[in-house]
Design a protein around this ligand. Structure first.
Ligand SMILES: Nc1ncnc2c1ncn2[C@@H]1O[C@H](COP(=O)(O)OP(=O)(O)OP(=O)(O)O)[C@@H](O)[C@H]1O
Length: 256
């Protein structure tokens, strides 16, 4: 299970300080898909980067299976899988070489890695790509490969940052079906996505972030009641009306 406790991150800007994540606490149970949602600049990626140990929080911590990021960062990392739309691949390696290399980085025994690779390749339909050069894959093929990469060490928690960005309808559908599969095998999944309609259908619970704070949280029914709006789209529009630029601070020079 994943938990964040009072996570906080500030960035120093030219004209002051930006609180990108402001006292964020949420938890995700095994077999649950949690939609960490919010307009551009709300603090979603910053949150994931702190959970992954890529950014040091200014306050709070994340915890996975009882291991805390501020006490045992390596134990946390080994229990996380991460997939991001901006993930690169090693272009000169074959897909197989790259995936087995990542398995090795996670200290997965070679024979176990081969078995997992065969199973995941079949599940995600990349068996025919295994001996192709990673640099020659299409966007959708690369996304599937990065999903396998995030899962090769069989982590209990998966973090997915915009996993369908740049994919066509069929590619997106494959990813969402796969997230459904992750739930069915008991993974705790956090997904950040702007595909609000799919998220509505897919996620068990939502956390709606704005200015780095959780504004609404719960099942779709619960966030409907909290916001007084029927759909995530309406909730977003309502939040953005508070700041029409959609950035999380008037002084912010834009998002990444
Ligand atoms: N390294 C950084 N230095 C300064 N500001 C940053 C840095 N990284 C992020 N920010 C700012 O922190 C805020 C939160 O950014 P973050 O990337 O977490 O948002 P997000 O919710 O993932 O947005 P999007 O949906 O656009 O990906 C934004 O205002 C962004 O400009």
């Amino acid at each position: 299970m994943l938990e964040t406790c009072d996570l906080e991150k500030k960035f120093q800007l030219e004209h002051g300080e930006l609180k990108a994540v402001d006292g964020l606490s949420f938890s995700v149970s095994p077999g649950e898909v949690y939609g960490l949602m919010g307009p551009n600049g709300a603090g979603k990626t910053t949150t994931l980067r702190m959970i992954l140990g890529l950014l040091e929080p200014d306050g709070g911590y994340a915890q996975v299976d009882g291991f805390r990021t501020d006490q045992d960062a390596d134990a946390v990392k080994s229990r996380l899988g991460f997939v991001s739309a901006s993930d690169g691949v090693y272009p000169w390696l074959s897909v197989r070489e790259m995936l087995l290399y990542f398995a090795d980085l996670y200290a997965v025994e070679p024979d176990v890695a081969e078995q997992r690779l065969a199973m995941l390749a079949e599940l995600l339909g990349i068996d025919t790509l295994l001996d192709r050069r990673a640099g020659a894959l299409s966007t959708g093929q690369r996304q599937r490969v990065t999903l396998v990469r995030g899962l090769i060490h069989d982590p209990p928690v998966m973090l997915l940052d915009e996993p369908t960005r740049g994919l066509d309808v069929v590619g997106s559908q494959t990813i969402f079906e796969y997230i459904d599969h992750l739930r069915s095998v008991g993974k705790a999944v956090v997904v950040c996505t702007h595909r609000l309609d799919e998220a509505e259908r897919l996620c068990d619970r939502f956390g709606l972030l704005h200015f780095g704070r959780l504004r609404y949280e719960g099942s779709l029914e619960q966030v409907r009641q909290q916001s007084g709006k029927q759909t995530l789209v309406e909730m977003f529009v309502d939040l953005l009306a508070e700041n029409p630029t959609g950035s999380s601070a008037a002084s912010t020079p834009g998002t990444h």
